[in-house]
Structures are given as C-alpha cells and as structure tokens.
Design a protein. Sequence first.
Length: 573
Amino acid sequence: MSNHNEISSFIWNVCDDVLRGLFKQHEYGDVILPFVVLRRLDCVLEGKKDDIIRIHEEYKDKFEDTSRIIHSKLNLKFSNYSRYDLNRLKQEPSKLSENIYDYLSSFSTNVQDIIQNFGLQKHIDKLDSNDKLYILIEKFTEVNLHPNMVDNHTMGQIFEELLRKFSEMSNETSGEHYTPRDIVRLLVSLVLSPDKEKLSQPGKIVSIYDPCCGTGGMLTIGKDYIQENISSDVDVNLFGQELNPQTYSICKSDFLITDEEPNNIKLGSTLTNDQYSDRGRKFDYMITNPPFGVSWKSEKKKIENESKLSQEEGSRFFVGTPRSSDGSLLFLQHMISKMETQGSRIGVVFNGSPLFTGDSGSGESEIRRWIIENDWLEGVVSLPDQLFFNTGISTYIWIVTNKKKPHRKGKVQLIDGSSLYKTMKKSLGSKRKFVDEEQKIHIVELYNRFEESEISKIYPNEFFGYTKVRIEQPIIENGVVKRDRSGNPKPDTKLRDYERVPLTEDIQEYFDREVKPHLPNSWIDWDNNKVGYEINFTKYFYKYKPLRSLKEITNDLLELEKETESLLKEIVD
C-alpha cells in the first residue's frame, strides 16, 4: 500500500475493527492518529535500531540524555533506545502493557513532546484493559509508512483525509483543521508568484510563517512552490504555531522526518501566547486560514488588555478589536505586526464577514481603514462556495503587503473567482467543487497582469471608504421651528437619519444634491461624522438581469395548462 486512498481506507477500517464499541466515534482520532505517527517514526528508525541501542549503552553512564550523541553519530533528528518497536512489542503479548511504556519513554525528548500532546497514555490503558491493544498494534504493523514507500506529500494527504472524517463525526468548527489543497495552491501562488524575480536571486534565504499551521500542509506547499517553480537554490525556513495539541503533534512529527526544523513549530494560542513575540521576530511570507467565525470570548480579557497598549509598547491590536464572535481580523493584525520593514507578503483565507461587518467607527471598520489607508491591501479574490469539507460558505483570499509594486500603489485589485470551479465527481462532506490547475493559473495570471476585465476590477483605496454623516431635522411645533438659546434649531431625534457619503465625494456637495431637495429644513451635524471602510464584493460585480416580460410569463402559463390538460385526458381515457 502506497496510495493515500488505500492507506486511509486501511486505517479507517482499523477504527471499525478495533475501536467500535470501546470508544465513541468522536474519540477515534485521539486514539488512531498517535499510532499512525508512531508507526511512521518506527519505519524511519527501522534498520538503525541496533546502532541506536549500542550507542546508548556505550554512553548512558556518562550522560543522562544520550540522544544528542546518538543523533550526531547516526545523522538522526530523533531516536528511541528501547529494544522494542511496534513489531517487537507483538512478540511478548503477556508483557505488552509494561513494554509499551518502556518503548514510549525511550524516545528522544522531541518525540516525548509529541506523545504527551496526543494524550496517549489514557487510551493505552483503556485499550489494554479491554484486550484491544495487541490487536491495534498488530494491525498497524501491517502497513509500511516509511518515507521511501509513502512520501511526505502523500502522508500529509493521509492525515488530512483522516482528520476530515474525524471532524465530520465530532462536528468540528468550520475549516478548523486544514484547508483543501486546491485552495492552498491558489493562495500560495498569489502570494509568491509576484516575487519570482526577487526569489531567483542567488543565495536567497526566506521565511514562511503560518500562525494557524494545523498539520503544516500550507507551509510545505509554500516551500515546494518556491523550490519547484522558482528556484531550488532558495533556502526556505518554515515557522508555525498551532493551538490544537493533536494537529500540532502531527505537524511536528512531519518536520522530524523531513529536513525541516521541528522546534520552529510552536504550541499555544497565537492571539494570547505568541511564541514568536521575542526579539521582534519578522517573516518574509505569511499564509494562513484561521477558523471561520470562531469566538475569542475566552481570551477577551488578555486581548483587550493588549489593545489598550500602544504599538510602541508591542501591541498588535492597538487599532482596535472586532466583535468577540469572530476573531478573523485579529489574526491579520497579528501577521501585519510581523511584516519585515523591507517588505513582506501575506495571504489569508477569510469568510465574507471581515469584508463588511461593522459600521463606521466599529472595531472591524477601523481595522479595515488602518489596512487600506496604509496602502497594505493589495487584492482580494472571491472563491466559489462549497470548496471546504465542513462548510459550504463562500470564502475570500486577502493579499496584504507593505511593499506594493509602483503600479499597484494606492490601488486595490478585486477578482471575482466565484464561477471558476469544477464540480467533483463525488462530494467529500460539504466539498462539492474544486479549483483545478487551469483555473488556478487563470486567476493568478489575471492577478499578476493587474488589468481590468469582466471579473477583475481595480479601485483607488479611497473608493472603499465613506463618511457616515448625521442628518438632523428641527423640532416643529404648531408650524414653528423650536430653537435653543443661541437661536439654532433643536434637532428632532425621531427624525434623525444618516447618509453614507463616499470619500471620493465632497460631503456638502452630496448633501446639497441628494438630501437638501427632499428635506429643505435639514442640516449636517458635522461633529458626529465617522469614516468607515467596507468591501462590498456583491455590489461591485453585480450584473443586472432584466425581469421577464408579462408576455413571456403568460405564454409559459398557457403551455403548462396545455400540458396539464393533456395529462388529465390521458388519465381519464
């Protein structure tokens, strides 16, 4: 077995054969995923076990931790000095519960971290007491997960497929575990392709960061894009942080097996426990898909305390915070705080909410205003709906940079990619559509050409801004306007209204043209004007469809009547 579908099906069948009845379905992933990782690590160490044990025995009396010596001598990133592996554990079934802990505790510290975050011990005890541990280990030794048999790309697909199935059973939050690879490839291309010339320079060293890295798929696809499409000589360093201990463990184990640095993957909340806050860490490229519409109420106190600090004091959220029901824009603020002064590029997948939620003066509007007025928003690409595995909502890719090319300065490009998709032969959860290679190339070419077309619009930054103007009318009693001591008319709060005046228009001219002719006694309350920003995608790409004529509708109704009469006649006859 080397095909990811075959291996995924095999592992899924193990769940049915071994775990059914003993664990609830939503617990399957907690048990199975750590054993997938253990089997993968076992296969990597196969053939080196005797050498590891020999070196450990030679140095164990001199050093408390022999792993560094083992790794140095055998060119390994992790090790296990126990005489057991999963195959050898099977050979002593009567001592299985004792031997498996000897096996697990003999891994090097970096693997211990992975095992601990999986929370494996409680599941081992339950499996053992119900005579299922031996069966589970025996099943896993039937599949060879060595990188020579199952490369890292395929292994990533296996983990993602399993996570998709497990999340379906446990009703996980929309998009929480990982992003479908067709979306990732489009996102990565939009972020990296404009820098092709820059990345082709000799001796180039760059960093890619994902603050919600999940299993690490977005990071590895980003690196692959650079080395396969631009230059294999670029030294690409990957960094990430993940909140979920399970997906963190999967990502870190993958980095252990590849050439990546596993210590660059951090565990914890990016919003309240930024693991890269020290020494002003910055990154060249940042790509992520934060969970859609997830509340940050549990972290509200810490985030709001940080928002009260200034930028100079290290606050990422000094501009403001969005409503606590959706933290998407917090992640974007976090990434903006990590932009290099010489230029960084950010790509992030959002749902529709960050585009328009929040009136002028709200946290969301102020964040959009800050981004657009600083000329950081380069473009937004709308995607088709039904692209994700556990939600059918429409999504958008935002491209943000602090070093726009000269011809893009002061402008934002919008691309309507909502109709660019292929239908899947078989649905996977809510995913019924995908963006194929040809459509991906088309979108990226449209973006890089920076030209207007039916689905590509270019607007000046101020186009997205407006002033919310308060319009007052006087209190009139018995036909007389009531006035204050200064002789000014008193406003009637019941008649108070607001107008949104585009920043591209003069407020007074707009008022005189659009309001005054209809409300001759009205005036502008200049002290209460508020500037806001929103991106109304539907409005910009709206296509008018004329209503059908009465004649067309009448003809259709007459045709239906004829069909009905004909059917009734057949029944009667």
